[in-house]
Design a protein around this ligand. Sequence first.
Ligand SMILES: NC(=O)c1ccc[n+]([C@@H]2O[C@H](COP(=O)([O-])OP(=O)(O)OC[C@H]3O[C@@H](n4cnc5c(N)ncnc54)[C@H](OP(=O)(O)O)[C@@H]3O)[C@@H](O)[C@H]2O)c1
Length: 289
Amino acid sequence: MGNSIRHAVVTGATQGIGLEASRALLDLGWRVTLVGRNPSALERVCADLANPTRISTRVADLSSLCQTNDLANQLLDQGEPIHALINNAGAYFHPRQTTSEGVEATWALNHLAPFGLTRAVKPLLRAASSPGEPARVVVVSSNAHSMAKIPPLEDLEFAQGYGAMQAYARSKLANVLFVREQARRWEQEGAGDISINAVHPGVVGTRFFRDNGFFGWFWRTLLDRVAITPAEGAKGLVRLATDPALASVTGKYFSRETEKQPAKLALDDALARQVYEASAKRWQEVLEA
Ligand SMILES: NC(=O)c1ccc[n+]([C@@H]2O[C@H](COP(=O)([O-])OP(=O)(O)OC[C@H]3O[C@@H](n4cnc5c(N)ncnc54)[C@H](OP(=O)(O)O)[C@@H]3O)[C@@H](O)[C@H]2O)c1
């Protein structure tokens, strides 16, 4: 990477943890591509951030696999190496929703989008890597992954028995399984010059849960009692993207800035493989429809 300016792509950059991670990276001298679904929110955020010359924006609703794929293609066409991809956008859906592509929304946004975007932009990540300085992928998971029960592989999208918290927990478990499996695959195929890790940002005082009726209000009220600020919550993401001490760490789970053992289910390599394959198949089904 030498002394050249580093480039990060941050999803969910219009508010909360993603916005603060973007701000911190800009303060460190990075160039940041902010990804959001709402053009006017992106405009507002750009006006608020310092260093406008180092910001660009991309619009994509990441609950749509086609839009996520378009985003990846736009980034590939642009050709700018990506030193850090921060998959942060996420939400909680109560009641169950399906996207226009027929995918359960939590699974689409929280898991399939980071899964597909990361895989698609691999050439740009590799282009940013240099010996001892891997490009980094960060997947924002949650401690809630530990609440997930063994997922039935034939019903990953809860056609049966949807519960918003279980769907959220399952998507966040899938994030941790994904980084383990992707790290293993990249090592195996000689692309170990990219690192990928999952992070629980902490319990953070953002708008998360707010627009989800009574249950959202309940969770938000409970969490706000112990929440840290979005800037504090962003620290774990930023450390994983930038800290030279973590250059060789891959396939791991962090709670805020500290590496932690994830829940037992998240260490199940066979499950990681099965969920990875099911996710690749789901992507293919949607893109070919
Ligand atoms: N807050 C916590 O306590 C906590 C704890 C553990 C993990 N997390 C995780 O941290 C991440 C960030 O959450 P947050 O607390 O910062 O929440 P937030 O304030 O609600 O921000 C979520 C971000 O994701 C974006 N987003 C939502 N749906 C999207 C879509 N369909 N397409 C593209 N972007 C979309 C939002 O865009 P808009 O501005 O357009 O809505 C926003 O920028 C999530 O993955 C969440 O699961 C949060």
